[in-house]
Write a protein that binds this ligand. Structure first.
Ligand SMILES: [Zn+2]
Length: 241
């Protein structure tokens, strides 16, 4: 007994190299659910949009009949975020976490949590777990998650913005700790600034959580370019003022 699998192009990276084709067959016991079949191929269910059995859209708990044709799509982009949900990033994604915060996206980062802790924290805090670890995305207790495509923060950021198009509010969040930034008078922070900074800048903000001081230009031109590119991708404008 077999199933015929037709994966979307964007799902083939999860498959064993010999199966990275428009269509292939897998042995089937006649009982396993669609979700189980998909995950046993290496594809986390978070990465599957509409799945069909012989052309009929089907949920993951349904068991296909032997010989069925299974088509697997990727989720639509942008994928709708649960209302108010932020992100929680897995250990290897620290640079991506700072980039998202720079853009004002609510981003927690679990640099010391183990897998079970990450999954639990994501669920308790209603955060979407972003990771490059497929095993993490296959955990039963996962509330919401996504696989981040790309090597390096530039490609990963482009993938997350393209996938979720989160609302952006650049320069409103502390890139070190995710706290909110509030404007502060220059006099309040003058004693913490290098002389050159004191001379050149007039507008300052402080993180309400960790106290770090920011000024426009503190991140350098390269990150200005990151912000500009992100705003263009997501199609929003920075708040004025
Ligand atoms: Zn902070």
């Amino acid at each position: 007994m077999e199933l015929v699998i037709r994966p979307a192009l964007g799902l083939r990276l999860f498959l064993a190299p010999r199966r990275r084709h428009a269509q292939f067959e897998v042995p089937y016991d006649g009982a396993a659910s669609l979700g189980h079949v998909v995950q046993s191929l290496g594809i986390p269910l978070t990465e599957v949009g509409v799945a069909t059995i012989d052309g009929v859209p089907t949920g993951p708990s349904v068991s296909p009949h032997p010989g069925a044709v299974i088509e697997l799509a990727t989720p639509p982009r942008p994928q709708k975020l649960p209302h108010g949900a932020g992100f929680l990033l897995d250990v290897g994604l620290g640079t991506l976490a700072r980039r998202l915060r720079l853009l004002g996206v609510d981003t927690a980062y679990g640099n010391d949590a183990d897998d079970a802790d990450l999954v639990e924290r994501a669920r308790n805090d209603r955060r979407i777990l972003l990771t490059q670890d497929r095993g993490l995305l296959m955990r039963r207790a996962l509330w919401a998650g996504a696989y981040v495509r790309g090597q390096g923060a530039d490609a990963q950021l482009a993938d997350v913005l393209d996938r979720f198009a989160p609302p952006l509010a650049p320069w409103t969040r502390c890139s070190a700790c995710n706290g909110a930034l509030v404007g502060v008078p220059k006099d309040d922070v003058a004693n913490r600034l290098e002389p050159g900074t004191r001379l050149r800048y007039e507008q300052f903000a402080r993180c309400v959580s960790c106290g770090r001081v920011y000024w426009h230009g503190a991140h350098g031109r390269r990150l200005d370019a990151v912000v500009a590119a992100a705003l263009k991708t997501v199609g929003e404008r920075a708040p004025t003022g």
